[in-house]
Design a protein around this ligand. Structure first.
Ligand code: SF4
Ligand code: SF4
Length: 470
């Protein structure tokens, strides 16, 4: 049976740009890690080669294929029991990839306990859990080695599937990872078989991320990729075309607190829920996996519903996941039933869904443009650089969200974090505009940028709120 174009893309990743070769994995996929704290470290390569890519999984760098969603562990921190309930729900939702970090407080410790308890019940995904943890850049070799050993100890695993540099946001972070102590640390961790591959997460600018992707050091990356903030999508496509796995950081929360959308946004995304549209949009871009920081088991409902973004392919049919009963089959927007057993009709349903998502995104964008009229910022970035260093597009993007989709609460929260989150977010808000006018002739839409920035500050400046992370 032949695969459709979409099914091939789902399995292989996006089609490369004209003139480029399809992505290749320099190493074969590796299996997941068993949860066995007492298992001896078998040496430089503790990971086994998987005989076949499991169903409903996507390639992820040089490592094993991952689920469409990744469980982020920064929110289930009230107790070990809360973490265990969330991990159990993630397993039920088809997730095999867990993401954590020492910077998330007790997350690794709670996660390690949860995984041990679930392992005793025989509860783990086929091929085992895939675990990513992260280290902040800047440490020396000894400290990094100690931190990595502590991570493994807390998680109760002999090795990580992926070790990522947590917040490669500045040029000095990249230098640390490529030439400094970080380079030594990453090479040591790989050589000792303590990690299967290395990656990075970044909130940094385009040039920095391009440099990291081009370095050849990293097999995976975590980027802010959102339905309502698409500026990094070209970087994600570039990464995917080179065989680098891409994780979308927090499409729900940082992507606009889409789990609690304002009425305008809900109407703009219809017939999809804003979260469903955001997730489906990213899946259709070929993003390897979408992170979901669940606080409660019910937060994973969309992951369960969208764990198989389309009808079953011939590959997934070889090893089918547990069937859902018709009574509990999720109702998904766009008129797509959750069960299909005919490849021809599946293909047409899939194409219909892809078209419905594209049309919904068009309507969403048109709604914002309609409300903002001639004040809509098209995010082209032609106005940069500002001599005062203002991130004009990002500031006006927040204004776009507030006026275009009724997202004032989210935009205000993000705006008031500016200058308060170090290198994790912007440093200057709109009040730093000196009205010099340098940017005006560069804007192809002739936007009155200084007055729009003043309006942005007036609308969004408020008492700062607590920052969770990133
Ligand atoms: S008018 Fe304001 S935003 Fe524009 S270049 Fe001058 S200082 Fe920067
Ligand atoms: S040039 Fe104009 S439209 Fe483009 S990002 Fe700057 S303000 Fe927005």
């Amino acid at each position: 049976m032949q695969l459709t174009r979409l099914q091939r893309r789902r399995i292989q990743g996006p089609k490369p740009p004209p003139g480029q070769k399809p992505p290749t994995n320099p190493r074969p996929p590796l299996s997941g890690l068993p949860l066995n704290k007492s298992r001896p470290n078998p040496g430089p390569n503790p990971l086994q080669i998987s005989p076949q890519v499991p169903p409903l999984r996507r390639p992820y760098g040089r490592g094993p294929a991952v689920s469409a969603f990744t469980l982020g562990t920064m929110r289930a921190l009230a107790s070990p029991a809360q973490m265990q309930a969330v991990v159990r729900a993630a397993l039920a939702a088809g997730i095999n990839h867990l993401e954590t970090a020492p910077a998330y407080g007790p997350a690794e410790r709670f996660l390690g306990q949860a995984l041990q308890n679930l392992a005793r019940e025989g509860q783990e995904p086929p091929g085992g859990w895939l675990i990513t943890s992260k280290l902040l850049p800047g440490c020396d070799l000894d400290s990094g080695q100690e931190q990595l050993r502590a991570i493994l100890n807390r998680l109760g695993v002999p090795a990580l599937t992926t070790l990522a540099v947590h917040g490669l946001n500045l040029n000095e972070h990249l230098s640390w990872a490529l030439q400094g102590a970080g380079a030594e640390l990453l090479a040591w961790a790989l050589g000792e078989g303590l990690v299967g591959q290395v990656g990075f997460t970044s909130h940094g600018d385009r040039g920095l991320i391009e440099g990291a992707l081009a370095s050849g050091r990293f097999s995976v990356c975590g980027l802010h990729l959102h339905l309502l903030d698409r500026q990094r999508l070209p970087l994600a496509r570039q990464a995917l075309s080179e065989g680098i796995g891409v994780l979308a950081i927090s499409p729900a929360d940082k992507g606009g607190q889409l789990y609690a959308p304002p009425a305008e946004l809900e109407a703009d995304c219809a017939p999809f829920h804003p979260l469903e549209l955001a997730y489906r949009f990213l899946q259709q871009q070929g993003i390897s996996t979408l992170s979901l920081g669940a606080e409660r088991p019910e937060d994973l409902i969309w992951a369960e519903r969208l764990s198989d973004p389309g009808p079953p392919s011939p590959v997934s049919a070889q090893t089918s996941p547990p069937a859902r009963s018709p009574a509990t089959a999720p109702q998904i927007a766009g008129g797509v039933p959750a069960t299909n057993n005919n490849c021809a009709s599946a293909t047409s349903v899939e194409m219909n869904l892809e078209m419905n998502v594209a049309l919904a995104v068009e309507r969403l964008d048109a709604a914002a443009k309609g409300r903002l009229g001639s004040e809509y910022c098209g995010q082209c970035r032609a106005c940069l650089p500002c001599p005062n260093g203002l991130p004009i597009p990002e500031l006006l993007r927040l204004r776009n969200l507030a006026l275009g989709h009724g997202m004032t609460a989210f935009a205000s929260e993000r705006y008031n974090l500016i200058g308060r989150a170090g290198h994790w977010w912007e440093q200057l808000n709109a009040s730093a505009c000196g009205s010099c006018g340098d940017c005006l002739p560069r804007c192809p839409h002739q936007l009155p940028i200084p007055s729009l920035l003043a309006d942005t500050h007036q609308r969004l400046a408020a008492a700062p709120r607590r920052r969770l992370w990133g």
